[in-house]
Design a protein. Structure first.
Lengths: 401, 401
């Protein structure tokens, strides 16, 4: 017997209308995957939807959805934390699964929402909140669930990656690349959340929570954006054999979890160096599995809508399955950025002999009598600066080897 | 209440002993993911296991395992088609899930085994048979299940990729690179299945079956290996801005499915170009999701063992869930390789004007008065050869743009 699974769409903007489009287009595939029939029963939006195919299903009051027991899945694509959070919480408590693309809500209130879902035997799913179409959350919760995760490095923001790609490929300045990204619709009118690194920061917090259950408040994460990047930095990265990317990193070493978002020289041997333009990539150091990398469209109407639908199929197909997601806990004590060991690309105004005497592990990329470029791995910023305290450091950028 | 889930390991070679090792090392993680306790009750091998920790669980007769109703999961890592196929079929019919790394069995008998699993309400899982640790099968059956899959391109064999990487990076000849791969354990004493492309071929057949349910007999697939590759081909690929890889491709265009395995010039903008040495990469053109790429260790004891364990967790955790996998069907009518549209890198002894007159879409990479190099996309080999029948073609290699 085929059942109807009623869903509600909250927010009929870019992503919300994309979900409706893709559902319509792929209806046969989706229904066959679920084994039942998905039906959009309500669309909630402040706007007038009378000119859309969903005019007869438009509602302006969330209570209508909440009180309708026939609705089992709510897709929240409202943006902003309120009323998105309140609606999500109310839906979960009413026994409805919630699917979201809203990274702000997941990063800030994920602990409560994951807990509420578990307590009410429903799902809170957020694949679309990180990496667009890339099935990173599902992979970590599924294929990688039996493997220790040691480290995650991600290019998680399409806007900044587009800007950096243009700076790299066409030697544009940051301002010119940003203007172009705006013109092409890759950057919003107010691109602050992207270029400040805040967006990447929320996403790496979500991935760390998935990996280790530890939700670090994003305000506590060391986060540098790309606003101060110069064409000189870009050229330096190139001279090191790499490319400049905004990289979010989460590490767990001896039970200490640390997160950061910074511009990074990604050396060409690292597979995430291949993510250019608006693509995203996430590399996971997954214990016995070795390094796994996932790459795909990090944003965009249809890629993000597809991730929502992928979660929808999961929630619908698995609705009778007992489940309990591991709860998240609040990790407010994090290590200082300067104390965590990373790799670094350095341009120093000194001889390579002098560098080698204080940093025996330095790997030189170029050297002259009074200047040298090198990579130093597995050392904290604090220690690196101490060792080089007598020297003139002309460039110092985190690296991904 | 915690239940014990008894498993049996068939074949205690490299992968089989790896499964035992990883299970032991990650026991807490695995059991927590399953919610119950996994226990290795039997290890079947012809060899004497008295010096291993599994001496008391060693059996030489499959009947012991088959007739023990307390065994719910059988991990088949025997290699070869027999008795692997018979054991797998018997286990499925006895209501035991079967997990395998044996691509030969999956590619040849997958249709029967998938069907038997479905009929008996158990699982036949084969993640480890394609792409080592890369969770490609799970991703296609999970996150991508609601999306049309148009095309799959994969670097699916670590041995050949290692050889080609060494030819590229160090200008080694094929023979020298193969000798080195053997010395380092990347190639077997008899590397025929790898270097002939047969291994990649079986794997792309499996991926096509997962994507579209269509199991193409691997004998029917156009398959070229890397044995005839010269350093000249390698240099040509480089001059085109790419790198030579052994690429397996599966396409579905207007309901026509076509598969092939050939050396390919992978242009540097394509993310699978980043897969070097023994890494594998699979790129999927996934409709609304856009291009997705997964990358990871394509072989090796622990990566492959981890994929087995990942399937084990799935089979154990989902054992009470009703499921029916889409059946596979036998697709013995496939399009001719020469009729399928691909992209090509060509070096022709003629002027670019002449080329442009017959191939208006050709994109020139270099040209002189009497020679030119160009890329031509979306054209069949037959058509390309017809158009150039009056010209001297000095190099012609399939390309991935």
């Amino acid at each position: 017997m085929i059942n109807i699974i009623n869903i509600a769409i909250l927010g009929f903007g870019n992503i919300g209308s994309g979900v409706a489009d893709v559902l319509k287009r792929n209806m046969a595939l989706v229904n066959s995957a679920v084994g039942d029939e998905i039906y959009i029963k309500y669309v909630l939006d402040k706007r007038d939807l009378s000119q859309t195919p969903y005019a007869d299903r438009a509602v302006h009051d969330f209570e209508t959805i909440l009180s309708d027991d026939s609705v089992s899945i709510v897709c929240e694509m409202l943006g902003g934390t309120q009323p998105a959070y309140d609606y999500s919480m109310a839906a979960l408590k009413a026994g409805k699964s919630v699917i979201t693309s809203n990274k702000e809500v997941v990063a800030r209130f994920g602990i409560n929402l994951v807990k509420a879902a578990s307590e009410n035997g429903v799902y809170y799913l957020y694949e679309a909140s990180v990496g667009g179409a890339i099935p990173i959350v599902r992979t970590m919760k599924g294929a990688l669930i039996g493997t220790e995760i040691n480290r995650i490095d991600g290019i998680l923001n399409g806007t900044t990656n587009y800007i950096l790609t243009r700076m790299h490929d066409c030697s544009l300045s940051f301002d010119d690349a940003l203007s172009e990204a705006r013109r092409l619709g890759y950057a919003e009118t107010n691109p602050t959340a992207d270029i400040s690194g805040a967006d990447s920061c929320r996403k790496i917090c979500i991935l760390a929570a998935v990996a280790w259950g530890a939700m670090v408040p994003s305000e506590l994460v060391h986060c540098e954006g790309i606003t101060d990047i110069t064409t000189e930095d870009e050229e330096f990265a190139r001279s090191c054999g790499g490319v400049l990317k905004l990289v979010a990193t989460a590490k767990k070493v001896n039970e200490v979890i640390s997160l950061c978002v910074t511009p990074c020289v990604v050396l060409s041997g690292n597979p995430i160096a291949s993510a250019s333009e608006a693509f995203n990539a996430v590399k996971i150091d997954a214990g016995d599995m070795g390094n796994i990398m996932l790459y795909g469209m990090g944003a965009g109407k249809y890629p993000t809508a597809s991730a929502i639908i992928s979660d929808m199929i999961y929630a619908a197909g698995m609705r009778d399955k007992h489940h309990s997601e591991r709860g998240w806990y609040d990790l407010s004590k994090v290590a200082e950025y300067a104390d965590i060991r990373y790799a670094w690309c350095v341009l120093a105004q000194t001889s390579s002999d002098e560098i080698a005497s204080v940093l025996p592990k330095a790997c030189f990329l170029s050297r002259s009598d009074d200047e040298c470029t090198f990579i130093c791995e597995d050392i904290s910023l604090k220690e690196l600066k101490e060792k080089m305290s007598e020297m003139t450091v002309k460039k110092l950028i985190r690296a991904l080897v």
